[in-house]
Design a protein around this ligand. Sequence first.
Ligand SMILES: [Zn+2]
Ligand SMILES: [Zn+2]
Length: 137
Amino acid sequence: MILGPYYIVALVFVGIFLLVFAYGIFSAAPTQRKKTKKKAAAGPSVGRCPLCSSPLAPGEQIKSAIFPGETDRLCHIFGCPHCHPFIEDNLRRSCPVCGKTAPPDVYLIARMFDRPGKKKHIHILGCTNCRLPRTKK
Ligand SMILES: [Zn+2]
Ligand SMILES: [Zn+2]
């Protein structure tokens, strides 16, 4: 075997490389963990539920119905996975406009401004209690 010694040298070299690489990962791990922790804490970009104000994890979406329109669209906001259709025990659903407690059948009425090149802007007008004229029961 002519390649024998060369093969061993290559193996040793790979071994050293792996050791350095592993050390690099090991020493870098705590800083990386700190970074992700910081990222998770700085999560207001994900948003909060306008009804129960619970912070939304990535992937959690507010249930809403958007009606077709031109520049601004009417939008009904029913709640987030924490408060719709079933509200969690420690949460309270309330209207951000009138401040009244919003039972599960109450939803928010909002306008969504969808301008090209700009971030979507949602303006909450009120809930079915304060926005719509009360239908006498
Ligand atoms: Zn909610
Ligand atoms: Zn209201």
